[in-house]
Design a protein around this ligand. Structure first.
Ligand SMILES: [Zn+2]
Length: 241
């Protein structure tokens, strides 16, 4: 055992003893290296990747929400929005469990590897300042940075929320689209994204309003191809199975 390995082992043991973690699904005590889920529960997590070039998914969307213009080119949707994934998303968003974002990033990487996509940059869906303050981190940014490290790609902060008024989940599908239209904006000086391809990382897909609007803004600023990696899909699950 090298000195480095011993140091690492001591560090892990100390953090596990002083700051133990608990499985977000069953509550069992786990190591800090387990990304928020015990090995038994991890076996219950089934990745059910949907990859659609947007021709297909948008036809499905239009059946639900009516005709729209779509800006996303390719996407992977990893999990159905149901237990135990919903429990993990809850822990990540409302229990400040950053490890879950790292876990989801791993799943994103698995899915992206299968797709053999080639993107230049990575970005993420922003959250409101209020949420950022309450949560302490933006879960999509944490995922994006982890994915960026893996692919050795820069993670750019390209989008922000200019209209922080209504909480999206209280709105109906159509209201979301209207509200989303002026909710986001691109951060200036993003010149080097012209003619590039960008991967957007997002946690939950409901109506597609957010991801589509962010893709629209990126394209308006010269991005050529927009990919999306989305952890869970809620509204579409009955339609696309
Ligand atoms: Zn567990």
């Amino acid at each position: 055992m090298t000195i480095d390995t011993i140091k690492k082992t001591i560090h892990y043991l100390m953090t596990d003893i002083l700051f133990p973690s608990f499985c977000s699904i069953c509550g069992k005590i786990i190591s800090n290296n387990d990304f928020g889920v015990c090995s038994q529960c991890k076996r219950m997590i089934y990745m059910d990747v949907k990859n659609y070039t947007c021709d297909y998914i948008f036809k499905v969307e239009e059946k639900i929400h009516g005709k729209r213009k779509w800006f996303l080119d390719d996407g992977v949707w990893l999990f159905k929005y149901e237990r135990p994934v919903t429990k993990l998303i809850y822990a990540m968003k409302f229990k400040h469990n950053k490890s879950i974002a790292m876990l989801f990033a791993q799943y994103c990487i698995d899915a992206i590897n299968k797709m053999e996509w080639h993107f230049d940059y990575i970005t993420y869906i922003p959250v409101t300042k209020d949420r950022l303050l309450k949560r302490g981190f933006n879960q999509s940014e944490v995922m994006a940075r982890h994915i960026g490290k893996m692919y050795n790609k820069d993670v750019l902060n390209l989008l922000y929320i200019k209209n922080e008024k209504a909480a999206q989940k209280k709105l109906s599908g159509n209201e979301r689209f209207i509200n989303t239209y002026q909710k986001y904006e691109t951060i200036q000086n993003s010149g080097d994204i012209i003619d590039k391809s960008v991967l957007i990382v997002d946690d939950v897909y409901t109506t597609g309003a957010t991801i589509n609007e962010c893709a629209r803004l990126l394209k308006k600023n010269g991005v050529q191809h927009v990919y999306a990696s989305i952890v869970a899909y809620a509204m579409l699950k009955e339609m696309i199975l």
